[in-house]
Design a protein around this ligand. Structure first.
Ligand code: PGA
Length: 259
């Protein structure tokens, strides 16, 4: 029997949004979702503001319905001498339910490796946070015919941190060349990557567990291309960067994923 997966649309605000703007942004998003009849629909909606805005956005979300709070990263230790880092318990304390792990910008600019990503993933799962694990190839890797190899290495490496099972895990396929470039992948590329990801998940957790893991596409997702991804069998939603800073556009993406 086919497993029904509830779609997920997550907004990654990256390093955007002073506190006052963040509260206004999420309030506007709630209004837009309401206007489009997408509030409380059969889709999980998550916003991931910068750490400094988590409390304000969390407070705003208590007044609304149907939007969850997520963070953009976490450290693997619960506490300690790790200047500049934030731990799982700290995120849970401010109301986070989700956390992005292994985003390509972390790998590219902050030295994240498959090993550190696996430790962060393990910490998220240990604290009951739902990780959105990002994997994806660069343009050079794609041109060199190495997409499969790269995704396999990244995913196997990260999943070393998930020995307890994949409860709450989502995997976002985010080709690096598609992020912030306006040049999204094609629906069939996302589906092919999702099939590979699900095969690798099955290798680790067995087919039944793997069938329940949500796989997202990310990279220049906009209202005018989300339909192409949302209709792919193995793609269960999107991780949205730039367009998540526009409440109207993000709500429209959610509406289309809802179907
Ligand atoms: P983008 O970013 O939608 O702006 O391409 C996606 C991401 O980095 O998650």
């Amino acid at each position: 029997m086919a497993v029904k997966r509830r779609p997920l649309v997550a907004g990654n605000w990256k390093m955007h949004g002073l506190r006052s703007r963040s509260s206004a942004l999420v309030a506007d998003l709630a209004k837009e979702l309401e206007r489009l009849g997408a509030t409380g629909g059969p889709v999980d909606v998550v916003v991931c503001p910068p750490y400094t805005a988590l409390c304000d956005v969390g407070r705003e979300l208590q007044r609304t319905r149907g939007i969850d709070l997520g963070a953009q990263n976490l450290h693997w230790e619960d506490k300690g001498a790790f200047t500049g880092e934030i731990s799982g318990p700290m995120l849970v304390e401010v109301g986070c339910r989700y956390v992005i792990v292994g985003h390509s910008e972390r790998r590219q600019f902050f030295g994240e490796t498959d090993e550190s990503v696996s430790r962060r993933l393990g910490a998220a799962l240990r604290h009951g946070l739902q990780p959105i694990l990002c994997v994806g190839e660069t343009w050079e890797e794609r041109e060199g015919g190495r997409t499969e190899e790269v995704l396999t290495t990244q995913l196997r490496g990260a999943l070393a941190g998930a020995d307890g099972g994949p409860a709450g895990l989502s995997v976002a396929y985010e080709p690096v060349w598609a992020i912030g470039t306006g040049r999204a992948a094609q629906g069939r590329d996302a589906q092919a990557a999702a099939v590979l990801i699900r095969t690798l998940l099955a290798e680790k957790f067995g087919p039944k567990e793997a069938a329940g893991v949500r796989i997202l596409y990310g990279g220049s997702v906009k209202p005018d291309n989300i339909g192409e991804f949302a209709t792919q069998f193995d793609v269960d939603g999107a991780l949205v960067g730039g367009a998540s800073l526009d409440p109207g556009a993000f709500a429209e993406i959610v509406r289309q994923v809802m179907g």
